[in-house]
Each structure stands twice: as structure tokens, then as C-alpha cells.
Design a protein around this ligand. Structure first.
Ligand SMILES: NC(=O)c1ccc[n+]([C@@H]2O[C@H](COP(=O)([O-])OP(=O)(O)OC[C@H]3O[C@@H](n4cnc5c(N)ncnc54)[C@H](O)[C@@H]3O)[C@@H](O)[C@H]2O)c1
Length: 267
């Protein structure tokens, strides 16, 4: 059992991110970027991987850590493999991984009209991607002396159902929760923890139109099911994700936490 990742490192900050090597996918998205910036603010070197790769939307380091942009399609397993090898060669193995790449696909298509292609596109970006990245990350984490932490991003859709009616998204995000549990069980003895967050509806740029399409009544109905009475913000995800990545959760693995203002309350 490799316990180094679970020890409180003296002088490295409470959660021990200083000097750590992290890979965050979906890093140019609102949630991914918020996590990238927080990790860099705590001193990590963060490889910010996204299929979109434009300077304008790149997350910026406001702290002692570094942010290194990486153009990566997480549905391409060979490219993912090369990216992790590149990180290891340049900085050492990544010991922190956040799988934030994803997206819901086309909403409200009746099941009898969903094409194979539409289904597979959503499953590939939300579930295959997490598998590709976790597989490569674990490969390298096993070579490191400090183990590692993986955080997957599921969704309320994976715990209950897709409120926007995307069957593949609900299935893929439920799959992400299953993958989290299974990997946690497998790689725990190697000092690698795997956890998951399940956001509710988070007001990010990418889904403004979807939120607007709810209309005032629809939004009010949605918010009546949220104990906190508001939509999520990308920053709301940062604390729970950093908790799972850091030493404060040293004895926590295989868990999924809903970050949804109290929409889903599981026993
Ligand atoms: N916003 C919400 O309401 C909400 C709710 C539940 C779960 N989530 C999940 O949170 C995660 C982050 O989403 P977000 O809300 O920040 O949305 P976002 O669209 O801003 O971020 C997603 C990012 O993933 C990237 N991406 C998409 N396909 C990719 C690929 N093949 N390779 C690499 N990168 C790719 C996109 O370019 C984008 O930057 C996603 O997994 C999403 O499913 C979001």
C-alpha cells in the first residue's frame, strides 16, 4: 500500500497541491477552467487539456502554479495515451486527474428518433473519455511514488434522469459513477483514490441557451426542486473537487457527491 499520497505533506499546503502535476480535461469549459485556476493557485502544475484550444478562452494562472495548455480530443485513446506520456516526460507522471470533458448533446429527442451516431457521440465524450484518461493516468500513477487521485464529473442526470431528455447522457453519466466505484475498488491498494462529483444544473456559457429555453416558468419549476433555490455556478464545483483531490479526503474513495444545491438527497 502506497500511503504517501495520503500523508499530510509538511510545508506543501494543507491539501498538498504545491508541486503536484495535474491533468484537467474539458479545461477550457467553465467548470474545468475554474478547477485549473484553483489548482494553479495552490501551486500545482496543471496540464489544461481541451479539444478547443484558443488563447482567448484559456484559463490563466493567478498563483504560484503553472498552467500548460494541451490540445486533446479525449475520445481519441491514442491521443490520450500520447498526452499522458508527454506530461510524464516533461514534468513527471500526473498524480491528479480531473475528467471534466463532456456535454449533453441534443436535447429532447424521442428515443425512437435517436440515431446510433447521436448516441455514440454522447457516450464517447462523457464515458469513453473518462475511461481513456483514467486508464492512462493510473498507468503513470502506478509508476509514481505517491499514488494519485482521479475525480470524475458525472451529473444529476447520472443519479436520477436527464431533465433535458438526453438518454445517452443519463446513461453515460451513470456509467461514470459505476466506473468510479469499480476503479476505486481496483486501484485503492496502489494508493490511488477515485471519486466523482455530480453537478446539478450549473449556469455555464455552454448551456445558456438550454437554460433560456426553459422559460421563466420552467426555470421557476426547476428551482423549486433545488433546496438552495438557485442555479449552480462553476465555482461551486471547485471546493468539492479539490476536497477529493487533496489530503483532506485521504480515506475517501469510490464516492459520488451531488453538488446541486440540494436537488438530489440520497441516504
Ligand atoms: N453545466 C452543467 O449544468 C452540468 C451539469 C452536470 C454535469 N456537467 C458536466 O460538467 C463537465 C464540465 O462541463 P461544463 O458545464 O463546464 O461545460 P463546458 O461545455 O463549458 O465544458 C466542457 C468542456 O469539454 C470540452 N470537450 C468537449 N468534447 C471534448 C473532447 N472530445 N475532448 C476534449 N475536450 C472536450 C469542451 O470543449 C468544453 O471546454 C461536463 O462533463 C458536463 O457534462 C455540467
Amino acid at each position: 500500500m502506497n500511503d504517501a499520497v495520503n500523508a499530510s505533506p509538511g510545508g506543501a499546503g494543507r491539501s498538498g497541491f504545491a508541486g503536484k502535476i495535474a491533468v484537467v480535461t474539458g479545461a477550457y469549459g467553465d467548470i474545468g477552467a475554474a478547477v485549473v485556476e484553483a489548482l494553479a493557485a495552490h501551486g500545482a502544475t496543471v496540464y489544461a487539456a481541451d479539444i478547443r484550444f484558443t488563447g482567448a478562452s484559456a484559463p490563466r494562472s493567478h498563483g504560484p502554479g503553472r498552467i500548460i495548455p494541451v490540445a486533446l480530443d479525449v475520445t481519441d485513446s491514442a491521443a490520450v495515451s500520447s498526452a499522458f506520456a508527454h506530461v510524464a516526460a516533461a514534468s513527471g507522471p500526473a498524480t491528479l486527474l480531473v475528467n471534466a470533458a463532456g456535454g449533453p448533446g441534443r436535447t429532447r429527442t424521442p428515443i425512437d428518433e435517436v440515431t446510433d451516431d447521436a448516441w455514440h457521440t454522447v457516450v464517447r465524450v462523457n464515458l469513453d473519455s473518462a475511461f481513456h484518461c483514467a486508464r492512462e493516468a493510473v498507468r503513470w500513477m502506478k509508476k509514481s511514488t505517491v499514488g494519485g487521485c482521479v475525480v470524475n464529473i458525472s451529473s444529476g442526470a447520472g443519479r436520477t434522469y436527464s431533465r433535458t431528455g438526453v438518454q445517452a447522457y443519463a446513461a453515460a453519466k451513470a456509467g461514470v459513477i459505476g466506473l468510479t466505484r469499480q476503479l476505486a475498488r481496483e486501484v485503492g491498494p496502489a494508493g490511488i483514490r477515485v471519486n466523482c462529483v455530480a453537478p446539478g444544473l450549473v449556469d455555464v456559457t455552454a448551456i445558456h441557451d438550454e437554460i433560456t429555453s426553459l422559460g421563466a416558468d420552467g426555470l421557476e419549476r426547476h428551482l423549486s426542486g433545488v433546496a438552495m433555490g438557485r442555479l449552480g455556478r462553476a465555482e461551486d464545483l471547485v471546493g468539492p473537487i479539490l476536497f477529493f483531490l487533496g489530503t483532506d479526503s485521504a480515506y475517501v474513495t469510490g464516492q459520488t457527491i451531488s453538488v446541486d444545491g440540494g436537488s438530489t438527497m440520497l441516504g
